[in-house]
Design a protein around this ligand. Structure first.
Ligand code: ZN
Length: 478
């Protein structure tokens, strides 16, 4: 294929970049947390409506979910976007000291304002290109709520909104440019264990009480013992969300613990979760309490796709190096100086993995990593993403582009502060170009879609989506 389609798409994104950066900055300002992304979702919907997309909103019980669509017939390409912020991460833009914005409680510490907007931009440019060239097929943008802490996409998958899709593309902002292969994210369940006991005077009549807090503590001890007998890659972490009061002389009648349970495969998580349910029942039996178990979220592991990874990689090579001005490099340097000592250690480790003995020092000193990191190089990971659920029902291709100073930790106020910078904007536009160009190739070369599907089937190896969400579970803010 010649490069004409690429030139046109990249040109369109460059021409319209002001509109895209304005939209991204607007959503950075809203900084709405999971399932409350009302203004952010509305801004994206209005933008895409004004560009001629039809909109279906309020999907799978998620008020802020929507699908914008253009075109007809096959293939159906899904571009995935997000827009949720994280709680307790408010921060003034561009400030290298921690300055929370007064009256605000959330911030875009994972760059989802960029994530959604780049996918919107890719959809917008691709639509123009399809119109100009009379290309058959259906182009969709999925506005996906609550990636953080609720796994919003899993509800859209469970309720069939991806059933007729042939292929999906998405990306994530990061501190490097890299094709995302599988195996990086862990499958993850979240569940509340609520114990009910009997309140009594802790000194006067302890024999009349049954402590729900004791049950929480015993459950956690049981979970600690379970850790000895689980695979190395699994992770279990809990937070006591209700200790049952603050009075030591009152036996707590109710107490609650929330666990996140992670492992490479969703089937492994399911087994650990079942063991933890037994531990909870044991703790209830020991303490004479009862337990309610409520699973509230599930994320599946990602099914990798070699064809889509290659396609993404080919297009990533056309946008990297991104190119930065002296001013932008100085801006990144300023942020690199204020990362924590632990993050500086991590930066050193990453530089050693990427550069080996020869280039380690050079990479460590770069304020921005303006090169492509080998897709097979590995470090970090351990997080979870609901893109995994989509990848069980549709082949998915993913990419990281650089949006921050090297060494910036995601989910930090430093990442929030850089979210409206030219570096963040450039990374977002680069991602939009990769997605738009890869999308165009999927429309222009249907054999690529078939190849991606064949890869996907091979990876699944006969397994089908284990649908980790209980059938009657509704999206909720917890
Ligand atoms: Zn994220």
């Amino acid at each position: 294929m010649d490069n004409q389609f690429r030139e046109r798409l990249m040109g369109l994104i460059d021409e319209r970049q002001q509109a895209y950066t304005d939209l991204s900055d607007e959503i950075w300002g809203y900084a709405e947390p999971r399932f409350q992304e009302y203004e952010s979702s509305k801004a994206q919907q209005e933008f895409l409506k004004s560009r001629g997309f039809s909109i279906r909103a309020d999907l799978a019980g998620e008020e802020t979910a929507f699908i914008a669509e253009y075109g007809t017939g096959k293939p159906v390409l899904a571009l995935l976007g997000e827009f949720d912020a994280l709680s307790s991460l408010q921060q003034e833009a561009d400030q290298t000291t921690h300055c929370p914005i007064e009256g605000k409680s959330n911030g875009h510490g994972c760059g989802h304002h960029l994530l959604g907007t780049a996918s919107v931009a890719a959809a917008d440019a691709l639509k123009t290109y399809m119109e100009e060239n009379k290309i058959e097929g259906t182009l969709r943008y999925y506005g996906c709520p609550a990636e953080e802490n609720a796994g919003g996409k899993a509800y859209l998958v469970r309720d069939g909104f991806f059933d007729d899709c042939d292929v999906a593309l998405t990306w994530h902002p990061y501190t490097m440019n890299k094709v995302m292969k599988g195996g990086f994210h862990l499958a993850n369940f979240r569940a509340f264990f609520t114990f009910h006991g009997i309140s009594a005077h802790a000194a006067g009549s302890p024999e009349l009480g049954r402590s729900a807090l004791d049950a929480v503590e015993i459950m956690d001890i049981g979970v600690n013992y379970m850790r000895e007998h689980m695979i190395d890659a699994a992770r279990v972490h809990g937070a006591i969300t209700n200790p049952g009061g603050i009075a030591p002389n009152v036996i707590p009648a109710e107490a609650q613990i929330l666990y996140a349970i992670r492992a490479p495969k969703v089937t492994q998580v399911k087994k650990l979760y079942e063991r933890m349910c037994d531990i909870a029942k044991g703790a209830a039996l020991i303490t004479g309490t009862t337990v309610d178990i409520r699973q509230v979220a599930a994320y599946s592991n990602i099914i990798p796709n070699e064809t889509l990874a290659d396609l993404i990689g080919e297009n990533l090579a056309h946008v990297v190096p991104i190119g930065y001005t002296e001013e932008e490099l100085a801006y990144a340097k300023k942020f690199q100086e204020v990362i924590t000592e632990l993050d500086k250690d991590a930066l050193r480790d990453q530089a050693a993995v990427l550069g080996g003995k020869e280039r380690k020092k050079e990479i460590q000193e770069m304020p921005i990593w303006d090169f492509i990191v080998d897709a097979n190089s590995s470090y970090g990971g351990g997080g979870s993403s609901d893109v995994g659920d989509v990848s069980w029902v549709v082949p998915v291709g993913q990419v990281y582009t650089n949006c921050y100073a090297a060494g910036t930790a995601m989910h930090s106020w430093q990442a929030v502060a850089q979210g409206k910078s030219p570096i963040a904007h450039k990374g977002m536009l680069a991602a939009a170009k990769v997605l738009a160009c890869a999308g165009a190739q999927l429309f222009l070369q249907p054999e690529l879609v078939e190849k991606a599907k064949a890869d996907w089937k091979e990876e699944l190896d006969g397994e089908s989506y284990p649908n980790p969400l209980p059938k009657d579970l509704k999206p909720e803010i917890w």
